[in-house]
Design a protein around this ligand. Structure first.
Ligand code: NCD
Ligand code: ZN
Length: 350
């Protein structure tokens, strides 16, 4: 049987939520990933180190028995972020980055940043302390077409930040366009990007033709097929500027299938590494999966690569259509459909 063994991978961008959603989200991410960069967009957002540490404790309480999954915490930047918060974050071994959401760009970003220039003193301190800046890269002007928001963000916001702070480590999160892919490839090693499994596997026609599919609606929104192709080329290129970040972002079914507005976010944590394997295999580049999934992100964040491995086997399986999600349920990507690769569960003994 065909199998695939990789250094244990990490997920460099995930939404675990909180409260009674954690058993599902933490259980799923800990199946295959050793660590994950945990997004801070709770309500209210995680803006200080004490809040991040309390959130981390809550996540650890929900780890499956025997798991040593390690949540890597982040702070949510606001117009009120203080230099003191950055220094504390830089000194905390548990906090690994700060996240910039332009106000109104996506789910739970109402408290996000109104004036990016207003944060320049904060970026300066982050550069000094080698604390990476994670960016949701979309402009928020309602007049700008939703399919152009990422591309325009590059010129309007990202280029000025990089020009002013060349030493700042930046992750352009969940990129979705060929413009973002070629931009990142042309920057120094301080600028990287994460790419989701769903942006590698789907394009906007998959979401919109034959009836709108809420399960595929996320932000930044899926783009046309030429952009998907560019993302596949970047992810499978062996360029260490591109690494795995699922952006797995669960919402209760009622919020996804809401006639008054579908919540943005795709849930992939139940099958993430399997879905990436499928995308890499379709591109004929399975050999490049390990660098993307298990090496480049750790190198960028200055963390050791894992010394253990996971194994996938080519045994088709079908995830459930719905998963328990606190008192709700959630609709995972590919629920009820076949996935080719399956994670081999470690022997647990008898
Ligand atoms: C994310 C969420 O639901 O928190 N949604 C999404 O569509 N990706 C927020 C985000 O990362 O944009
Ligand atoms: Zn996200």
């Amino acid at each position: 049987m065909q199998t695939l063994t990789l250094t244990r991978p990490d997920d460099w961008h995930i939404h675990l939520r909180d409260g009674d959603y954690l058993p599902t989200t933490v259980g799923d991410v800990a199946r295959s990933f050793g660590r994950a960069i945990v997004m801070p967009n709770l309500t209210p957002p995680v803006t200080t180190v004490p809040q991040a540490l309390a959130y981390r404790d809550e996540i650890l309480l929900n780890r499956p028995t025997g798991s040593d999954f390690e949540p890597l915490m982040t702070l949510y930047l606001t117009d009120q972020t203080r230099l003191r918060d950055i220094i504390e974050a830089a000194q905390s071994p548990q906090v690994h980055a700060c996240k910039l959401y332009p106000a109104g760009a996506t789910t739970n970003s109402e408290a996000g940043v109104g004036s990016i220039e207003g944060l320049y003193p904060i970026f300066e301190a982050m550069a000094q302390h080698q604390l990476p800046l994670l960016i949701h890269g979309e402009v928020t002007d309602a007049k700008i077409d939703i399919f152009d928001r990422e591309k325009i963000f590059i010129d309007q916001c990202l280029m000025p930040i990089i020009a002013r702070f060349p030493e700042l480590k930046i992750v352009f999160e969940h990129i979705t366009t060929q413009e973002a892919a070629s931009f990142v490839a042309a920057q120094s090693a301080n600028v990287a990007a994460t790419i989701t499994a769903h942006h590698l596997l789907y394009h906007r026609t998959d979401m919109l033709s034959g009836g709108m599919k809420p399960i595929l609606f996320c932000l930044p929104i899926l783009k046309r097929d030429i952009h998907q192709a560019a993302l596949i080329r970047s992810a499978t290129s062996g360029d260490p500027s591109f690494f795995l970040g699922t952006d797995s972002a669960p919402h209760p079914r009622s919020r996804k299938e809401d006639a008054c507005g579908c919540a943005a976010g795709c849930y992939t944590a139940h099958a993430a590494i399997e879905l990436y394997a499928e995308a890499f295999e379709q591109a004929g580049k399975l050999d490049y999966l390990e660098g993307f999934a298990s090496h480049f992100g750790a190198d960028f964040y200055g963390l050791p690569r894992h010394s253990d491995t996971i194994t996938l086997e080519a045994v088709p399986w079908v995830p459930p259509i719905a998963l328990p999600f606190g008192r709700d349920e959630l609709m995972p990507l590919r629920g009820g459909e076949t996935i080719k690769w399956r994670l081999v569960r470690p022997e647990t003994g008898s």
